[in-house]
Write a protein that binds this ligand. Structure first.
Ligand SMILES: [Zn+2]
Length: 443
């Protein structure tokens, strides 16, 4: 509403840039100024074999004025089938590298609905024989289906999965219906709250489930662990840690858990510690299912990763950076909150000391190298977003001195003297101004 009013006052945004590889900042800005109220009705048909995943997506959106619209689809042109308007009439869409352009003649100011038949690439679907999981962070949703792949065009998703009959599935929304077909079943999920493309996800396959109720909330854990004793030994602690983190965050932020449900999938050899899709968090199974001989550090590590991902539900998922140049912000908050959340569960640990040891040496280690850079870096194209992750944004961002260093560095850079302040009294003055503890959490 606000952006529509502003546009009415200020006039239309600059013309759309011509489609180019990746998602440029110029394209993202133009789209967020001219497109709103995005909804995806998306269906994926997942075969049991290695045959391609196919699907259909209907993209609904409001346009500020009738002009050509560029969607992202990082797949060979042959992977796009028919493109249709809301009446079912075929559209002559232009397919270029990474994009599909819908001509202005097929669009109008106000509500629009375009349907695409497509074949997904496997780039972000992590197909592992008898299961798969989508992992679209930071810019990979468009390798699976046509979409507006940028974080500030949040959308509601209504997902349908057709999967082998023996498989289970989990997604951001709760299950609405499941219909058995001959050798497959078709599962419809409820529409999600508005979320960014990098947070949309689903998994399906031969999965085990464990369920529990905590504080009136029903949790389902999906996993593939065949050692049932190991699962039985760990599951109560895993559910307890999630419930404790949600309680703490609801109390701290004054905002109730902002999504419909909270399920998670413990994935064998997952490439990260965890990923914060609302309603469908992915974890590395090894971080959740610990051995009987687990060390105190492993127990604390498990509590920390659960608290980190749960903190993201508020810091990252509900309140999201407009562009991935600010990815550090959500990671800083998730790490910072996790440090606070795990404290009460481990009362005999010196958490200030642990926080220091866990973050400061790595942060200073990164900062003293010639390769160091400001925490917030320019990002002209989303295809470079993956390069922003690393030692600079996790421990460095969580290290409370680091914003002072970056803040000062930016000022020095602007003055043409790229020097980092090393004198303790200079650093201390900045710290006093930049104490994250005293700042409102959601400002
Ligand atoms: Zn994180």
């Amino acid at each position: 509403m606000i952006s529509a009013l502003l546009l009415a006052v200020l006039g239309p945004a600059a013309p759309a840039p011509p489609p180019a590889p990746g998602v440029s900042l110029a394209l993202a800005r133009h789209r967020s100024a001219t497109i709103s109220e995005v909804r995806y009705g998306v269906e994926f048909i997942v075969p049991e074999t290695t045959a391609p995943v196919t699907g259909t997506v209907t993209v609904g959106f409001r346009l500020f004025k009738a002009e050509a619209v560029v969607l992202d689809f990082r797949a060979p042109p042959a992977n796009i089938g028919t493109v249709r308007d809301a009446s079912g009439h075929p559209i002559m869409a232009m397919v270029t590298e990474d994009h599909i352009t819908i001509p202005a003649s097929s669009l109008r100011a106000g509500a629009n609905r375009i349907t695409f038949d497509f074949t997904a690439t496997d780039a972000a679907l992590n197909r592992r024989g008898d299961y798969l999981y989508a992992l679209f962070v930071p810019d990979r949703a468009s390798t699976a289906f046509p979409c507006f792949d940028q974080p500030d065009l949040k959308a509601r998703y209504r997902l349908t999965l057709t999967i082998p009959a023996a498989w289970r599935a989990v997604a951001n929304g709760g299950m609405e219906s499941s219909d058995s077909l001959t050798s497959t079943k078709r599962i419809r999920f409820r529409e999600t709250a508005p979320i960014s493309t990098y947070l949309f996800s689903f998994a399906a396959g031969r999965l085990f489930t464990e369920e529990a109720d905590r504080d009136g909330r029903h949790f389902t854990m999906y996993h593939r662990e065949t050692d049932s004793a190991k699962v039985a030994r760990n599951k109560d602690a895993i559910f307890d840690l999630h419930a404790a983190a949600i309680r703490w965050l609801e109390d701290y932020t004054g905002i109730k858990y902002p999504f419909e449900k909270f399920d998670f999938f413990a994935i064998p050899a997952f490439q990260f510690g965890g990923m914060e899709h609302p309603g469908a968090v992915w974890y590395s199974a090894g971080a959740l299912f610990l051995d009987q001989t687990a060390t105190r550090n492993q127990l604390l590590g498990r509590a920390s990763v659960i608290s980190h991902e749960t903190a993201h539900m508020w810091f990252g998922d509900l309140v999201t950076m407009r562009w991935f140049n600010d990815v550090w912000m959500k990671e800083v908050f998730a790490n910072f909150m996790a440090g606070k959340i795990v404290g009460p569960s481990f009362p005999d640990i010196n958490h200030d000391l642990r926080f220091f040891l866990a973050n400061h040496p790595t942060a200073y280690g990164a900062d003293r190298t010639m390769g160091t850079n400001p925490i917030r870096q320019p990002l002209d194209n989303l295809r470079e977003a993956g390069q922003l992750y690393g030692a600079i944004i996790y421990p460095e961002g969580t290290d409370r001195d680091a914003p002072a260093r970056t803040h000062h560095r930016r000022r020095c850079d602007a003055a043409g003297a790229a020097r980092i302040p090393r004198r303790p009294q200079v650093r201390k003055r900045h710290l006093a101004r930049l104490d994250l503890d005293s700042r409102p959490a959601l400002s």
